[in-house]
Design a protein around this ligand. Structure first.
Ligand SMILES: O=C(O)C(=O)C[C@]1(C(=O)O)C=C[C@@H](O)C=C1
Length: 247
């Protein structure tokens, strides 16, 4: 079994911190008016470099947004390597296009800070490069968090090989989704994310940050929407992973 040495709470808190930072940057709506295009153009050279540094190598559970070719090759099950239950089996699915669409369509419109960190002599207060860098950082954290669902799915499969095998062979993705969904765990994740959002906003306000009066509720709202979508996207990644388990 795999050692989950990094903590789920740490992933939640890091994503929450990145979201808090991003929410406090004054947005340039024109960056996103055409969809994900400018964001992807910004991320393309970054991801090329990330690929060279090994970020998307096999077993890192990190996947690129801009080119699937940078990511790991899917495993092929053979008689000599049947990938027994409990052994990770790389599948071809990435949830990143779902994540980036959700990000631009639903999350970015919630980034409405009128205060800015940036002060420029020409009186502008928006820094497009900083915005896209914060987006890219947040998206990468979210992607890793969601794709760890592949490891979670492998554990679930190993814990009930018979039922999952029947559903996978019947190509019953709805049945797989029902079997792997754990609403108690989902409620715990959402409650934890909400608690973290409250602590983060209290810390910013308490430390003297000059934020909008709606900052606390804006952060809570954005956090709730983000973690709900993240759970749904993670679930889809788990389902797709299992559907490809015997490939
Ligand atoms: O913890 C699990 O059991 C997961 O599958 C992860 C997760 C999540 O994204 O947090 C996703 C689906 C489940 O319904 C519950 C939680």
């Amino acid at each position: 079994m795999y050692h989950r040495t990094s903590s789920p709470n740490l992933r939640l808190l890091l994503s929450g911190t990145a979201l808090t930072v991003r929410l406090n940057l004054k947005t340039d709506p024109s960056l996103y008016s055409g969809g994900v295009g400018k964001l992807k153009a910004f991320m393309t050279p970054i991801e090329l470099e990330s690929g060279i540094l090994g970020r998307y190598a096999y077993g890192k559970i990190e996947y690129p947004y801009t080119s699937g070719a940078l990511g790991p090759s899917p495993d092929v099950t053979t008689k000599s390597n049947p990938f027994p239950p409990g052994r990770f089996h790389q599948d071809p699915f990435s949830g990143n296009s779902n994540l980036s669409s959700f990000y631009v369509q639903t999350l970015v419109p919630l980034f409405n800070s009128q205060k800015s960190f940036y002060f420029h002599l020409d009186n502008t207060t928006i820094n497009d490069d900083a915005l896209l860098a914060a987006d890219a950082n947040l998206l990468q954290l979210l992607s890793h968090r969601a794709h760890i669902g592949k490891i979670v799915a492998e554990s679930k499969y190993a814990a009930d090989v018979t039922t999952y095998t029947t559903l996978i062979k019947a190509r019953n993705s709805t049945g797989i989704k029902t079997l792997l969904t754990n609403t108690t765990q989902e409620a715990a994740v959402l409650a934890q994310a909400d608690a973290a959002a409250k602590v983060f906003s209290a810390a910013w306000v308490g430390s003297g940050a000059s934020v909008a009066t709606t900052f606390t509720s804006d952060l809570q709202n954005a956090t709730a929407k983000l973690f709900r979508a993240l759970i749904d996207i993670t679930t889809e990644i788990e389902v797709q992973y299992l559907m490809a388990r015997f490939n």
